[in-house]
Design a protein around this ligand. Sequence first.
Ligand code: SF4
Length: 249
Amino acid sequence: MKQVFSGIMIPVSTIDWYGRSVSVVFFNGCNFDCIYCSNKNFIDISNRLEPLFKKGNVVDIEEIENQIIDAKTFISAVVFSGGEPTAHPRELERLARFTKEQGLLVGIETNGYYTERLEGLIKKKLIDKIFLDVKTSPRDTQKYRKITGGIVDAAEKALCTLNLKDVDLEVRTTVFPSFAADIAEIAKSIAGRNCTYVLQQGIPEYAPDENIRKEKPLTRDELAVLAGNLTFLKDVRIRTREKGEERII
Ligand code: SF4
């Protein structure tokens, strides 16, 4: 019997895992409702363009597996993204296992809410790298809750995921001008951890929140200054539309 889930795939990407050529599988749906989420638009638009999704935004999981096989010659890993991939635990595990069986690495881009699911995949040796999206300082539970659309324990769960062992970790924050002052506090929460920290240039025009849509994106130079101040971290990068990923520290 065929198993189905909602998702789309970019066969080859060089921007989702620095230094690697990867396929990216996007899962629809997310347990958060972030005030600046740009992925929602992207997923909607992609679904309209993608014939596979004409029947209720559901795709045969075997179709994704076939696409991974087709892309295998050109990639060294598959990154599962979203939406929130861990909101689909059964399908994620099946695809992660399939990916490993193909001799490829597995990365997961996540908001970190389902720590136990991530831990389970780590124990089964089905994840090589977690790309954790940290929204603001996990110590500021009220602000974390506000940004994520009212998720009461979002900050607490992000902290738990930050503490996961036996997996490579990259921490990412999407930065808008109104949140730029939070960066130093976020950075303090990962100080001492063996991870990369990436400041991503937020694109206000796609944000659901009207106030954020009125902001101008931070420039590459403004992001570089923010990153350059985090001298207590070992590896700090920025990612912009202008120049892609650059290591600042
Ligand atoms: S966690 Fe990511 S995909 Fe989910 S609502 Fe927030 S920004 Fe969008």
